[in-house]
Design a protein around this ligand. Structure first.
Ligand code: G6Q
Length: 552
C-alpha cells in the first residue's frame, strides 16, 4: 500500500482541493475571469485545445503539475522515447515513437539502433503500395487489384480501419477497402459475396499470427480464393501478411517475400504506424501515410519537450486523472463533430481501456483510486438526437471531448456552419445549464402557468456544470490526424504514469484468447454427456446444440 501515489501529500492536497471545488459552478468561474478562455486554452501542432470548460482553476493546475513531478512524469517520457523496457510485465519497450521518427535519430533497443529496420519496412511498403495503386501488381488472372481486404482484429484492425475511413477523401479512385475482424459469418461471409476474387488483395494482419479469429477468417478467405480461381498458386498474388512471426506466416502459405515485418516492441493498439498501416498506404498512398507519421512525430516532439502545463497530452492526461480519481467519474464521452472520424470513438475505446483498464500498479499493488473511465461516443449531431439527453439531465458527471473540424473537405454550402454551431452550442449548454429561475421565466414567456408550470418546471431544468474539452483543427489532413492520434496515445501514457499502471500489457485480452479455445471442442462434440462447465454455460451449450440445424 505504501507505494501507491494516493499515500502522497500531493494526493491528499488534491483531494481537499476537490472538496473545495466540487460545489463551484463553471459559469461562475467564467463570470469571475473574462480571460478564462485565454488562460485555459493552448495550441500546438495545429491543434487548439480549449480546456476552459473544466471544473478547475489555476490552483488545480498547479497541484496537478506537482502530481506530475511527484510521479516523475518527464523522466518516464524519456524512458518511453529511449527504448527502455516500459512494458515491465512483458519485458518490452513500447516504441511507437520510433515508427514515426522522421528525424531518423538513432533509437536503441537491446543495444541495437532500430531505425534502419524501420526505414527498410517503410521502403518495402512504399514499393508495394505503389505497385498496387499503379495497377502493376496484378492478380492471378492478370487483372489489376480493386479490393483491399484487411483481415485482423483489435490493434491489427481498429487503427488502420479508423484512419482509412478518416482519410477516405484521399483514397485511390479504383480501390475499395474492407476490414474483416469479427469471426461471425456475417462479417467475412457478407464481404465475400460482394467482391471479385480476381481483383482482390487480402492483407492478413496479425502480430502473433496465432489469433483465432484472424486465422479462421484468413483460412476461409484462402479456401474461397483457391476454389474460385481453381489453383493454389493464386494465393501468392492475392495474399500478403503483416506480422512479427515469419515462420507462422510461411506455414500459412504466404511467401515471406510478401510479408511486411514489425517487431515485439510495437504494441498492437499502437501499431498503425508500422506495417499494420499497409492498407492505409495502399488506399491513400505512401506520401499521405508519411504525412500521418510526420504529424505524429511533431506531436511526439511537443510531448517530449514542452513544459507540463504547456503540453497538450500532459494537460489532457492530468485533467482526466483529476476527474477519474478525485471526482470519481467513471465514463468519458468522445464526440467528433467531423463525420470522417466516425470510427475514432471505437479506436479510442481500445487505446484507452486496454491500456488503462487495470487495478494494480506496475509493482502489483492494488490501487485504492478510480482509474480508467469507460470510453464511448459517436459523431456529434447523431449523438445529439440519441444519448446527449443523459449528458444534459442524467445523474452522472461525464467529461466530454468535442473534436471539431473548422472546415470540411466537401463543399456543401451551409453544412459546416450547422456542424460548428451545434458543437459550440452543446459544450456551452453543458457548461451553463439552465437554473430554476431562468427555466421559470422561459416557461412563463411560453404562456405556461399555474399547475402546468409547477409540474413542468423540474423537468425543464438543466444543472449544467458538465465539463468538456474542445479540440479544434482546420481540416482533417493526414498530418493533423497523425497529431490527433498521437495526442491521445500520449495522454494515455500520462494517465498511466500518474496511476503507476503499465499501459502496454493486456492480460485481459490474453484471457479471452485462452477461454475461447477451451469451449470450442465442447461445442463441436455430438453428445452432451461430457459438458462440465458451470450450469449456466452447460445449459446454454446444450440449448445451442439442440436448436441448431447446420452442424458442420
Ligand atoms: C492490442 C492487443 C490486441 C491485439 C489483437 C490482435 O494491443 O494486444 O487487441 O492487437 O488481439 O492480435 P494479433 O495482431 O496478434 O492477431
Amino acid at each position: 500500500m505504501n507505494n501507491l501515489i494516493s499515500q502522497s501529500h500531493i494526493w491528499t492536497t488534491l483531494k481537499n482541493h476537490q472538496k473545495y471545488l466540487a460545489p463551484v459552478q463553471m459559469q461562475d468561474l467564467f463570470a469571475l475571469n473574462e480571460h478564462r478562455y485565454e488562460d485555459f486554452s493552448i495550441e500546438a501542432c495545429d491543434l487548439l485545445l480549449d480546456y476552459s470548460k473544466n471544473r478547475l482553476t489555476k490552483d488545480t493546475l498547479n497541484l496537478l503539475r506537482q502530481l506530475a513531478i511527484k510521479v516523475d512524469l518527464e523522466a518516464w517520457v524519456q524512458k518511453l522515447f529511449t527504448g527502455e523496457l516500459v512494458n515491465n510485465t512483458e519485458h518490452r519497450a513500447a516504441l511507437h515513437v520510433a515508427l514515426r521518427n522522421r528525424s531518423n535519430t538513432q533509437i536503441i533497443v537491446n543495444g541495437k539502433n532500430v531505425m534502419p529496420e524501420v526505414n527498410l519496412v517503410l521502403e518495402k511498403m512504399r514499393k508495394f503500395s505503389n505497385l498496387v495503386r499503379d495497377g502493376e501488381w496484378r492478380g492471378y488472372t492478370g487483372k489489376t487489384i480493386e479490393n483491399i481486404v484487411n483481415i485482423g482484429i483489435g490493434g491489427s484492425d481498429l487503427g488502420p480501419a479508423m484512419v482509412t475511413r478518416a482519410l477516405r477523401i484521399y483514397q485511390h479512385p479504383r480501390l475499395h477497402s474492407y476490414f474483416v475482424s469479427n469471426v461471425d459469418n456475417s462479417h467475412l461471409g457478407d464481404i465475400l459475396t460482394r467482391i471479385n476474387p480476381e481483383t482482390t488483395l487480402f492483407i492478413i494482419a496479425s502480430k502473433t499470427f496465432t489469433t483465432q479469429e484472424t486465422l479462421l477468417n484468413a483460412h476461409t478467405a484462402r479456401d474461397w480464393l483457391i476454389e474460385k480461381l481453381g489453383d493454389e498458386s493464386a494465393v501468392a498474388k492475392h495474399f500478403v501478411a503483416v506480422s512479427t512471426a515469419t515462420e507462422k506466416v510461411t506455414e500459412f502459405g504466404i511467401d515471406p517475400v510478401n510479408m511486411f515485418e514489425f517487431w515485439d516492441w510495437v504494441g498492437g493498439r499502437y501499431s498503425l504506424w508500422s506495417a499494420i498501416g499497409l492498407p492505409i498506404a495502399v488506399m491513400v498512398g505512401m506520401e499521405r501515410f508519411e504525412e500521418l507519421l510526420t504529424g505524429a512525430h511533431e506531436l511526439d516532439q511537443h510531448f517530449a519537450t514542452a513544459p507540463i502545463l504547456e503540453n497538450l497530452p500532459m494537460l489532457m492526461g492530468l485533467i482526466d486523472v483529476w476527474y477519474s480519481s478525485f471526482f470519481n467519474t467513471t465514463s468519458q464521452a468522445v464526440l467528433p463533430y467531423d463525420y470522417t472520424l466516425k470510427l475514432f470513438p471505437a479506436y479510442l475505446q481500445q487505446l484507452v481501456m486496454e491500456s488503462l483498464g487495470k487495478r494494480v500498479t506496475r509493482n502489483g499493488d492494488v490501487v485504492d483510486y478510480t482509474t480508467c473511465p469507460v470510453i464511448w461516443g459517436a459523431p456529434g449531431n447523431n449523438g445529439q438526437h440519441a444519448f446527449y439527453q443523459l449528458l444534459h439531465q442524467g445523474t452522472h458527471v461525464i467529461p466530454t471531448d468535442f473534436i471539431v473540424a473548422i472546415e470540411s473537405h466537401y463543399n456543401l454550402s451551409e453544412h459546416q456552419d450547422a456542424v460548428l454551431s451545434n458543437a459550440l452550442a452543446q459544450s456551452h449548454a453543458l457548461m451553463m445549464g439552465r437554473n430554476l429561475e431562468k427555466t421559470k421565466q422561459n416557461l412563463v414567456s411560453m404562456g405556461i402557468k399555474d399547475n402546468d408550470l409547477a409540474q413542468q418546471l423540474p423537468h425543464r431544468v438543466f444543472l449544467g456544470n458538465q465539463p468538456s474539452n474542445t479540440i479544434l483543427y482546420k481540416k482533417l489532413t493526414p498530418k493533423i490526424l497523425g497529431s490527433l492520434i498521437a495526442l491521445y496515445e500520449h495522454k494515455v501514457f500520462v494517465q498511466s504514469t500518474c496511476w503507476g499502471i503499465n499501459p502496454f500489457d493486456q492480460w485481459g485480452v490474453e484471457l479471452g484468447k485462452n477461454v475461447a479455445s477451451m469451449l470450442l471442442p465442447t461445442l463441436q462434440e455430438k453428445n452432451n454427456d461430457r459438458i462440465s462447465h458451470d450450469s449456466s454455460t452447460n445449459g446454454l451449450l446444450n440449448y445451442i446444440k439442440t436448436h441448431r440445424d447446420n452442424i458442420l
